[in-house]
Design a protein around this ligand. Structure first.
Ligand code: F6R
Length: 247
């Protein structure tokens, strides 16, 4: 695992964006695996700037996102498709027909998940997968206990996630109960992984993920078995725990 540490969130975002930009410069038709959440927002801002200045082009890029709520279509402002459009795709020269997110409008979960695995295979697999990290070590919607060989599947959201999300919807009944997510096996098939972790609240979990046992109780610990992982963090998240590994 290669480890890079920025002083601040902004610096970590710049480092992550430059790694994605290098991937694009080296292979202009790369397949990028993308994530939502608060962590990558700064990275996407930097990529938008690099695109506007002409440093990188997304013209030949394909993207596949990690996950999506079941029951929300892309026009819903809480859907992950909407997040990707507003944070990245609407602002760069990407061909939106080559941006893929699990189909939240598909009620048949077996079909939605099979279709997504087929999509990933048909574009030749992921070259670089960007990941955020949950406080319990989750990646995508793969919560503790998810088998390491899982493929794209449907997950039931926990009560606490449903309650936390209810503030974003008109009523609690509107909050999605399920999501589709790439599985851990799907994520592990990416040729390279960029794990982005920022903030003091992630310090303990990222230490456990990288230095603790590889166990399904800590889903991201599986990345210790991946041959090509780059960890980018800020000082708040990495602290002194990675001093010996820093680049
Ligand atoms: C997002 C995703 C999630 C987040 C994780 C961290 O597509 O799959 O696993 O990466 O929950 O979220 P933030 O970045 O909001 O702390």
């Amino acid at each position: 695992m290669k480890v890079f540490c920025g002083e601040t969130y902004e610096e970590a975002s710049k480092i992550a964006a430059s790694i994605i930009a290098d991937q694009i410069k080296n292979k202009d038709n790369s397949v990028l695996g993308l994530a939502t959440g608060s962590t990558p927002i700064g990275t996407y801002k930097n990529l938008v700037e690099m695109n506007k200045s002409g440093e990188i082009s997304f013209k030949n890029i394909t993207s596949v996102n990690l996950d999506e709520y079941q029951g929300l279509d892309g026009s819903h402002d809480q859907s992950y498709r909407y997040f990707m459009n507003t944070n990245l795709f609407d602002h760069v020269d990407i061909d939106k027909s080559k941006t893929f997110v699990p189909n939240g409008s598909e009620a048949d979960d077996v079909k939605a998940c099979d279709d997504y695995e087929k999509t990933i295979a048909s574009v030749g697999g992921v070259d670089l997968q960007l990941l955020g990290l949950g406080h319990n070590g989750h990646i995508g919607f793969n919560e503790p206990g998810t088998p390491f060989d899982s493929k794209t599947h449907k997950v039931a959201l926990t009560e606490s996630t449903i309650n936390a999300n209810s503030r974003l919807f008109a009523s609690i009944d509107d909050v999605p109960r399920f999501a589709y997510t790439m599985g851990i096996g799907t994520i592990m098939s990416a040729k390279a992984v960029l794990l982005l972790v920022t903030g003091e609240d992630k310090r303990d979990i990222i230490d456990k993920v990288c230095h603790g046992p590889v166990t399904e109780d800590v889903p991201a610990s599986v990345l210790q078995n991946h041959p090509n992982v780059i960890l980018v963090g800020d000082k708040a998240a990495l602290g002194d725990n990675f001093a010996a590994e820093l680049r």
